[in-house]
Structure formats: structure tokens, C-alpha cells
Design a protein. Structure first.
Length: 354
């Protein structure tokens, strides 16, 4: 297998009109062979536009997309989707209701430039149904399957022609929570077993962390951070990434006497301040807070939610600042209790205030 990246996106911009701000701004990254990349961000951040540019449904304003070593998108030329050897899985499954499962999967094989014989198509249907764990359902119709099964058939149809890249647009958003948790593991397993590179769009942080080899966090058309799930979670590059991905709290902090001083205590920070500023914001994740009931402590428990495997607390400090904490069910702190807040991390991250 070649070591060259399957996809290169170079200095990509997309403006839908001269009056609008760019939907995608100066995006550049590459995707390796067999890698799964998650595009994560809030609604309107540009992730679906970026996916559509890669798929060939949109043409860039500037920049280029190189797929399998071939420039497939520039402002001057744009290969149509059917000439890119990519597969697409949509949010709403997009299965043909009047066709059997076998015919839905065969559709992509019959409408490719590369012609497949009837025997090849039959064999590929059997192989791909086995891959997605739905062998024996060839003669059923989409309405006879559950939502999770329909999404696996949509994935099977996209994988059947053996594309070099598969694109998934929020593939799990229409499913209930339990099915989503189960299927996200299956989707990763299926894509890895097929040996195909993939890019998928999601606004669900847990989904991105669970499925991706790397995550691209987007904000207002910009690529805010690109890294492994561990890097994105433990070392967010900006306050936005920290707040969006990690369910973090932020406390005003000042650099005094070589430490960061906050209203709940003093801490060694991950960064020292710039010379022109001694102000910062201490980031601490909800699960890193330990609550110690104590009279005259600097915070009070305002609310407690039971979430099954944990409690989530809403705390208010004496200054009026609200914080959230998650603890195991073995730690039950009554609402109205005053608590000392201890941070589990030895070096909580500090974001400088400009």
C-alpha cells in the first residue's frame, strides 16, 4: 500500500456569494490511508460545506482538493461526485423504499463506470452484508428494518463499489441514544475492516471521540484544532475547543507570586502569562472537581442531577460564579451544602486573557 495520503485539502475557501462571509476559510489538512477523520463543530461552522466540497457537490472559491494524487477540485475545474471514487452516507439513509436490500446495495454497483457482472454483484452483496452483520436480509425492504439496520445498509451500499474514501454526514443523528452508542462502535469496526479511509460530520463530542482516529474541530469556517481524540480532549488549543469538547469550567485567575490565584485556591498553571498580562482563565473539567463538604467553604451546592452512573452538581461560588462538577454515585452531597472545591489535575490548563 502506498504511503501517500489518500486526500489533501489545500488552502480551501468557499464563499456562496460576494456579500457573505466564507463558509470555509483557508482549510488545509491531509487524510492518510485507512484513517477516520471526524469533522466536529456546532451548527453553521462549515463542516457539512467542507464535506460537500470533498464529495464534489460544491466547487471551491479558492484552493484545491487532491484525491488519490489527482486534483479533483479547483476554482477552474471540479470532477463530479461519480468520478471521484467516493461513497456517501447521508443522515436520512436515502434508501430506495421500493427496492429490496439487495437491489439497494446493487444500485451503486450498476451505476458505476466500472461494469460488474451479475455474478460479481451477487457475490459483493453477500460479502458486504456479512461485513455489516446483516446476512440473510437481501430480500427485505427498508421499511422492514430498524433505523440502526437501515443505516448499516446505507453504509453497505456506499462500501459496495470499494471506494477509496467514504463520506458520512451525521450518520447517527436520527437514531435513539442506545442505538447510537452501539452503532458508533460498529461503524468504526466496519470501516476499519473494509480498510477504507473515511470522513464523517458530527456535532456530538462523544461520537467524534469514539469513532475518530483524528478530529478536526471547526468554528465559523475555520479549522480550530486538528489532532487525536486524546490531544483534543487533554490539550485543547483554544478556549472554544475546551468549552465545546470537554464540558469545562472556567475561572478568572491572576498570576501572583509565581502561581495562578483563583477564588477557590491557587494553582500551578500549564502556561505562564505573557509579559503584558497577568490575567488568565483556569480551565477545569467537570470530572476533575472533588467536592469536600466544609463549613465556611467558598461554594454552595445549588442543584444535583442524578444521571445513572454519576451525579452532576451545579455549584455557586461566593462571587456568584457558577461551576459544574460530576462525581460518582458513591459521593452524595446534599443541595445547600457548602463545599471546598479540590481540583484533581496537578497542572490545570490556563488560557491567557488578551
Amino acid at each position: 500500500m502506498s504511503n501517500a495520503p489518500i486526500l489533501r485539502v489545500e488552502n480551501l475557501y468557499k464563499c456562496f456569494s460576494a456579500k457573505d462571509l466564507p463558509a470555509v476559510k483557508d482549510i488545509h489538512f491531509q487524510l492518510e490511508q485507512g484513517e477516520i477523520l471526524g469533522l466536529l463543530g456546532p451548527s453553521g461552522c462549515g463542516k457539512t460545506t467542507l464535506l460537500r466540497l470533498i464529495a464534489g457537490f460544491e466547487q471551491p472559491t479558492t484552493g484545491q482538493i487532491i484525491l488519490n494524487g489527482v486534483s479533483v477540485s479547483t476554482p477552474d475545474h471540479c470532477f463530479p461526485p461519480e468520478q471521484r471514487n467516493t461513497g456517501m452516507v447521508f443522515q436520512d439513509y436515502a434508501l430506495f423504499p421500493h427496492l429490496t436490500i439487495a437491489d439497494n446495495i446493487a444500485f451503486g454497483l450498476r451505476h458505476r463506470e466500472q461494469k460488474f457482472s451479475r455474478q460479481d454483484i451477487r457475490q459483493r452483496i453477500e460479502e458486504i452484508l456479512h461485513l455489516v452483520g446483516l446476512s440473510g436480509l437481501e430480500k427485505r425492504y427498508p421499511h422492514e428494518l430498524s433505523g440502526g439496520q437501515q443505516q448499516r445498509i446505507a453504509l453497505a451500499r456506499a462500501l459496495a463499489p470499494r471506494p477509496s474514501l467514504i463520506l458520512l454526514d451525521e450518520p447517527l443523528s436520527n437514531l435513539d441514544v442506545q442505538v447510537r452508542h452501539h452503532l458508533r462502535h460498529e461503524i468504526r469496526q466496519i470501516i476499519k475492516a473494509a480498510g477504507i479511509s473515511a470522513i464523517f460530520v458530527t456535532h456530538d463530542q462523544e461520537e467524534a471521540l469514539a469513532i475518530s482516529d483524528r478530529i478536526a474541530v471547526m468554528r465559523q469556517g475555520n479549522l480550530e484544532q486538528l489532532g487525536t481524540p486524546e490531544e483534543i480532549y487533554t490539550a485543547p488549543a483554544s478556549r472554544f475547543v475546551a468549552e465545546f469538547v470537554t464540558h469545562a469550567n472556567f475561572l478568572p485567575a491572576q498570576w501572583i507570586g509565581g502561581v495562578w490565584q483563583t477564588e477557590i485556591g491557587e494553582f500551578q498553571g500549564a502556561i505562564a502569562p505573557q509579559e503584558q498580562s497577568t490575567d488568565g482563565e483556569l480551565m477545569v473539567r467537570e470530572e476533575e472537581l472533588e467536592l469536600i463538604p466544609q463549613a465556611e467553604a467558598p461554594a454552595i451546592v445549588r442543584e444535583r442531577q442524578f444521571l445513572g452512573r454519576e451525579y452532576r452538581y451545579c455549584l455557586q461560588t461566593d462571587s456568584g460564579k457558577y461551576l459544574h462538577a460530576r462525581t460518582g454515585v458513591n459521593q452524595l452531597v446534599p443541595v445547600g451544602s457548602r463545599v471546598q472545591i479540590k481540583i484533581q489535575s496537578a497542572t490545570p490548563q490556563i488560557f491567557a486573557v488578551s
